[in-house]
Write a protein of this length. Structure first.
Length: 209
């Protein structure tokens, strides 16, 4: 139980804290494990208090100027990006699973590296970017599924809102949110069959160092 508590605290520190805080989290947890092996409740309380002291702001520092969405339309083997992305991560240090994540991706920066195809996809027939200029996501909760942390929330695209989930994947200088959606669920019927409208999405959010 102690190892599970320490592992979960360290993992969340990795995923939702900046580089400096990650290092400090590791040090404090290492010390706790050596000194307070049989005092789990005190350890849990001290970790929470320690994080609240060292994290003066509620919001994680992220580089929205470098954030982007990468997507793969599986059946067409077409890849692309949305380069203009804004994101906000509000961390609740006393209940990390209640932290909030939200963001927008502007379709004006949508590209598949084919101008004619992009123009067609952004037309009223598909994304209808003039009427719906951005895609948005608002989290509802963060949960742990096996070894993965998952963000559950509402994705809105072309005026249609659906509940989806993103897996949180840690990299050295960024957090990546990965999901699989079906464009047909949002009224973007590029293919007639729903199963042919599968899109793999990865939202890359660099962290400030």
């Amino acid at each position: 139980m102690l190892d599970l508590l320490l592992f979960t605290s360290a993992k969340l520190g990795h995923l939702l804290c900046n580089a400096k805080l990650k290092y400090l989290c590791h040090q404090i947890i290492k010390n706790f494990k050596e000194i307070f092996k049989n005092r789990m409740k005190e350890i849990a309380l001290l970790i929470v208090l320690w994080i609240s002291v060292y994290c003066n702001a509620q919001n994680i520092s992220i580089r929205t100027d470098s954030a982007f969405v990468h997507f793969t339309f599986v059946s067409k083997k077409t890849e692309g990006e949305i380069r203009e992305v804004s994101a906000k991560i509000e961390v609740d240090y006393f209940n990390i699973f209640s932290s909030k994540i939200s963001g927008k991706a502007m379709l004006s920066s949508f590209t598949t590296n084919n101008k004619m195809r992009d123009k067609h996809l952004l037309s009223k027939e598909y994304f209808d970017a003039d009427q719906y200029p951005y895609i948005s996501f608002t989290s509802e909760k963060i949960v742990k599924k096996g070894e993965m942390f998952v963000v559950e929330g509402i994705l809105t695209m072309k005026g249609v809102s659906k509940q989806i989930e993103f897996q949180i994947v840690e990299h050295p200088n960024e957090i990546v949110f990965k999901s699989t959606i079906f464009s047909a669920d949002f009224g973007i019927e590029i293919m007639k069959k729903r199963e042919k409208s599968k899109v793999i999405v990865a939202v890359h959010i660099p962290l400030l160092e």
